[in-house]
Design a protein around this ligand. Structure first.
Ligand code: ATP
Ligand code: MG
Length: 377
């Protein structure tokens, strides 16, 4: 087995992160004043993980990628990849580092004048890999991405999903420990997106390649990431295990992304709409993994004589665990409703009164054991 498809052994005893950003900022000069694309970001990418970085357009995601693969130098802060401190390397050494990092892009960036095999062979030729080893590696890579029979096609003869498979094979050609995917599925339809994401997951699980997935699509993050970082206006506003961020988003930015794929707390517009037909108090309960959850909530209401009805919400599955939110309309004396909410808090169940006002408070917030740090960077 060649290095191209051999599972990667974690380097002996190495638990150090593969990528580390320490207080990294990047400011671009602009006619209308400087633009801070990345603003004091500290972030680690662990060996062997898939880290999702999500943010809206202009949040600074691509700039962050370009700082990791040494296409940009930070204005301040330090960047480490593997054993290298990029911020301390010469331009010549940075070229080596760049070659060692795989990249895939939204627009695929394939060479139109070369065949599929020619595209994958290109970085191998640059790296000095000779025939017949080069052909063997190309064939193995194309087999891995399921395109062996298209080896002699040209990019324009391929579908978008096939082009991205070529992009992935090419990125893996030099056997990189790290693959950066910048909006790699954003130009694809949902079904093709799912195929490409499944392939990236195989790259991670079977070849041991650490992957950073940059996207504005929460669905992509949901289906493959182990951990997620949410970027907003140049900063990482929230990061942690996928399940933790999805089940308890702590910032408005994260909550908005979660709402695109899961029912979370209703938006202010939804609350206004619910108000038109529901006169009782609206309270959202975050669904927790575990049996008997909804029964426990219903029991808390019933035991205080509070009538309750689910008016919004949903429960999904994430990493084999339940996640979601249920919004109840509660009818009863205020004191009874308050007592029921206190009962929920006592059981460690998180509930929010939906007043529709921005920043509406938590009415029942148990201390929780989440280890993720919100708002770092
Ligand atoms: N080379 C540059 N010169 C000047 N400004 C830049 C440069 N690169 C990025 N910016 C600015 O930095 C900010 C972040 O841009 P970036 O491309 O990193 O965002 P993004 O999150 O990748 O957005 P998108 O989702 O649209 O790709 C934007 O305001 C952008 O205009
Ligand atoms: Mg971008």
């Amino acid at each position: 087995m060649s290095a191209a498809t051999a599972p990667r052994e974690a380097s002996a005893g190495s638990t150090a992160p593969l990528v580390r950003l320490l207080n990294v900022s990047k400011t671009f000069p602009a006619p209308s004043g400087a633009v801070t694309a990345v603003d004091d970001v500290s972030l680690e990418v662990r060996r062997g993980e898939i880290l999702g970085v999500i943010g809206y357009s202009g949040a600074g995601k691509s700039t962050l990628v370009r700082l990791i693969n040494a296409l940009e130098r930070p204005t301040s802060g330090r960047v480490f990849v593997g054993d290298d401190e990029l911020t301390a390397l010469s331009e010549k050494e940075l070229r080596r580092v760049r070659r060692e990092i795989g990249m895939i892009f939204q627009q695929f960036n394939l060479l139109r004048s070369r065949t599929v095999a020619g595209n994958v062979a290109y970085p191998l030729a640059l790296a000095g890999v000779r025939q017949p080893e080069r052909d063997r590696r190309v064939a193995r890579l194309l087999d891995f991405v399921g395109l062996l029979e298209r080896a002699h096609s040209y990019p324009e003869q391929l579908s978008g999903g096939q082009k991205q498979r070529v992009g992935i094979a090419r990125a893996l050609a030099v056997d990189p420990p790290l693959l950066l995917a910048d909006e790699a599925t954003s130009a694809l339809d949902p079904e093709t997106t799912a195929d490409v994401l499944a392939l990236l997951k195989r790259v991670n699980r079977e070849l041991g390649v650490t992957i950073v997935v940059i996207t504005h699509e929460m669905e992509a993050i949901r289906s493959i990431a182990d951990r997620v970082a949410v970027m907003d206006a140049g900063r990482i506003v929230e990061h942690g295990e996928l399940y933790d961020v999805f089940s308890r988003p702590r910032t408005p930015a994260a909550a908005r992304f979660v709402r695109t794929v899961l029912r979370d707390r209703p938006s202010p517009q939804t609350i206004a709409r619910l108000r038109e037909s529901h006169a009782g108090r609206l309270v959202t309960v975050r669904v927790q993994d575990g049996r008997g959850f909804t029964a426990a909530v219903t029991r808390a209401f019933a035991s205080r004589g509070v009538e309750n009805e689910v008016v919004f919400g949903g429960i999904s599955e994430l990493q084999n665990r339940s996640v979601g939110a249920l919004t109840y309309e509660l009818r009863g004396a205020d004191a009874a409703v308050d007592a029921a909410l206190a009962d929920l808090a006592a059981q460690g169940i998180e509930a929010f009164e939906e007043t529709g006002e921005p920043g509406a408070g938590v009415v029942a917030s148990p201390g929780h054991g989440s280890t993720r740090a919100g708002g770092e960077g």
